[in-house]
Design a protein around this ligand. Sequence first.
Ligand code: FAD
Length: 642
Amino acid sequence: MSQVERQQWDVVVVGAGGAGLRAAIEAREQGARTAVICKSLFGKAHTVMAEGGIAASMGNVNSGDNWQVHFRDTLRGGKFLNQWRMAELHAREAPDRVWELETWGALFDRTPDGRISQRNFGGHEYPRLAHVGDRTGLELIRTLQQKIVALQQEDFRELGDHEARLKVFQECTVTRVLKEDDRVGGAFCYDRESGRFFVLEAPSVVLATGGIGKSFKVTSNSWEYTGDGHALALLAGAPLLNMEFVQFHPTGMVWPPSVKGILVTESVRGDGGVLRNSEGKRFMFDYIPDVFKEKYAQSEEEGDRWYDDPDHNRRPPELLPRDEVARAINAEVKAGRGSPHGGVFLDVSTRMPAEVIKRRLPSMYHQFKELADVDITAEAMEVGPTCHYVMGGVAVDSDSAAARRVPGLYAAGEVAGGMHGSNRLGGNSLSDLLVFGRRAGLHAARYAAGLAARPVVDEAQVDAAAAEALRPFSAEGLEDGATPENPYTLHQELQQTMNDLVGIIRREAEMEQALEKLAELRARARRAGVEGHRQFNPGWHLALDLRNMLLVSECVARAALERTESRGGHTREDHPSMSREWRRANLLCQLADPSGGLAATDPVRGQIDLVRVTTEPIRPDLLALFEKEELVKYLAEEELYE
Ligand code: FAD
């Protein structure tokens, strides 16, 4: 019999980034007693690192903008693989979510006539990103936290307890979603500081855990992003959608090695920065793909004129969607035209006065000055692709954010799949968090309120979760006297494998090799051992993250091997074109052992099954927003006839 403490809530939100906080606010406002749990300090999430802005078609800078144009851009960016209903809801609701933030106290940069200012970003037809310099995420999180505090103060006035209806558990990690039969019953958690286990019982759990970037060596992501929510969903029986689509942001720092991968915001290009190779050439003009030819400038002069006169000129190709720019940089470096440290040059110093650069891009100025001793007002930055974002994620219902197959489970933000198709446009994540965070919180609260009886989590499940979490202290398979595996070494080998073999350009033989290496790492991970005790033990935390990273990496590798085409964030050297036939195909990853166990799985065969499903046809009124000539480039033959 376990001695694990249990607490009862209506909704448990796992993750305190933008999606989690917006979900928690909504659930609490619906009357649900809501717990938020996060792995790091409250406020430290990827959302806080977001720089460029929130995409919403408010039309403040160009009145031609509206939700239909935003929808079109999002589908083009995602190469038409987006769950179209999500893209529609996102485009329609994003402006309200931004205005709502303002009523909660957010202070955005302004236009000269006092409206929320909006900036240009890759793939967006009009200036669309509401921003606060290049620190937008900080303002977003600050505002949502302030709203949470306001709700807690309200509860204190009414009930005498700040945490009666909304409580934050910080520096605590969820390792399992618990269930009663098929439906959700709560979450198994550990406190990172004390190592203490506890259970948050609830009929609804919202996953808002962000991305998976830490499975790659060069990444803009920080330590928390080990794909936990993706793995928790899989283990609970919910499938993941299109995990092959991983975004490599074109501009990460490449030098010095200690900061390789740290993001250089797209705002640098949105505000006029240009990319050059070692010969000084603005090479992006050589990389405009056919599907975008009519929409981008064909000469430097036209591209430059666009910044002042966007109605009569086309945008420069530095502002193509991220997948196109990342591939172009990769090709230039491979062709021997890279910068000294294996990137290309990104220059704003010759494009804007120093004081404008410091005002519009303050974080970038400090980042390069402090980390690389480069003054971006006087010299070019060196940049190259970095793993940034995962488009794949938990397969959800578009309207309610409910995960498939597991009643009571919801997912929102980066952990959810579908919204961005095969490639996300910059700025569309922050708006996604707000739109679908709200929807997840709303539906999770309604579901919990509508249940006749609360689910009951049996002791056996709690005991099993505790035993799983404790395993690194008594590493298995060591009867023969072998030494335990070091979890840190396993992390490094996994990251190197994914980077080298399932990275920006993919090849069949390399992905097969990656799957073999993952099988080996899985076997070794079972022997991952740690010393010491449960009080703040980083080695133990790394060992626990491994299960999730291995599961998610296998999903990415299997799906990438299966999809024999190149589309968005998935580029196959052996299948370089986009196939119209593949547009209708979604790949679902599910656990091979439906009972949710991992131990019984054959290490070579792997832990993941892939299922191919056909997408739902795009609603005709949404298709009518595009020219027929454009649709012909994307849609499958039978869809065009339909
Ligand atoms: P996150 O903000 O990533 O939060 C995840 C939360 O889950 C954290 O609180 C974490 O502690 C918690 N968590 C994870 N696992 C567990 C677990 N097992 N148990 C408990 N808690 C857990 N997008 C834009 O739209 N515009 C931008 O300008 C922009 N700039 C970016 C700049 C950088 C440097 C980066 C890295 C990303 C940027 N993005 C941007 C992308 C965007 O910031 C992220 O996609 C988004 O913030 C993800 O939000 P989220 O709420 O889904 O998760």
